[in-house]
Design a protein around this ligand. Structure first.
Ligand code: URA
Length: 270
């Protein structure tokens, strides 16, 4: 008998819209406690707890508190002498729960000495699966947009994201997550030594330019971004291709930004 699956499909689509787009386990898991998830014996098989010993008066011990995650991120990033070491440092950094829910680390790729670097927001589901930046629908649009002004990641630029791990359900990164991973991103910029940056979307623009302005106000002109060891790099904020997929009418502004970039590259080739 043929079943009507349209109600089921609609329920699944709704869950995806809410961000529940990964089938992981039969039952929910507390991902903040995964590191502590040593298999436990069933209740009945567990030995009775030892009686609590009487407290013994001990000399006070000065416990060295672990440095906060931001401080560790700064130190790890600063110590990375090259891109391979930086990628390994990010992979080893355990200061963010995003690592626990993501599948793959997404680091930058492309031409490291082209003088042009694109910075996006964070990996989506496709990037998380592939371990590569901008390979899903928005990445394909980005490739077509840049190809229209003669630029590609195979020949003309390096591309990366502010966050190296996918936020669950593709939610927008929080300010705290951006701040935590900025030292790694800034170090990636310092190692690539680009002459120009393109900040793809509001999260990248706000992360590197600062302030409270949204991307629609920031886009369309050059800003100076200070990078340790490099000095000021001209940076052009532009609309994110994921936004353009939802609002195709805004492609006109994105096209104006691309022309601005093309003009700058023609006037002062990197
Ligand atoms: N959106 C981004 O900002 N980065 C990616 O890598 C994919 C989608």
């Amino acid at each position: 008998m043929e079943q009507d699956t349209s109600a089921l499909a609609a329920a699944l689509a709704l869950q995806c819209d809410w961000g529940a787009d990964e089938a992981l386990l039969e039952s929910p898991a507390n991902r903040l406690a995964v590191r502590d998830a040593t298999p436990r014996a069933p209740e009945a098989a567990r030995p009775a707890p030892e009686p609590t010993p009487r407290p013994i008066r001990a000399a006070p011990v000065a416990l060295a508190a672990a440095p906060p995650a931001n401080t560790r991120a700064e130190a790890l990033a600063a110590a990375a002498p090259d891109l391979a070491a930086l990628k390994a440092a990010i992979a080893a950094f355990d200061g963010s729960p995003l690592k626990e829910t993501a599948t793959n680390l997404v680091f930058g790729e492309g031409i490291t000495d082209a003088g042009l670097m694109l910075i996006g927001e964070a990996p989506g589901a496709d990037e998380d699966r592939a371990g590569r930046p901008f390979v899903g629908a928005s990445g394909q649009l980005l490739d077509r947009m840049f190809a229209s002004v003669g630029l590609s990641r195979e020949s003309n630029f390096y591309i990366t994201n502010i966050l190296p791990w996918r936020p669950p359900g593709n939610r927008t990164p929080t300010d705290a997550e951006v701040a935590l991973f900025l030292p790694f991103l800034r170090r990636q910029v310092a190692l690539i030594r680009p002459k120009r940056l393109v900040l793809v979307g509001g999260v990248a623009a706000k992360g590197l330019i600062g302030g409270k302005e949204g991307i629609t106000r920031l886009r369309g002109r050059w800003y100076d971004v200070e990078i340790a060891g490099l000095g000021r790099i001209p940076a052009l904020p532009t609309l994110h291709p994921a936004y353009l997929l939802r609002s195709p009418a805004s492609k006109r502004e994105a096209w104006a930004d691309l022309l601005l970039l093309r003009r700058m590259l023609d006037q002062a080739p990197g």
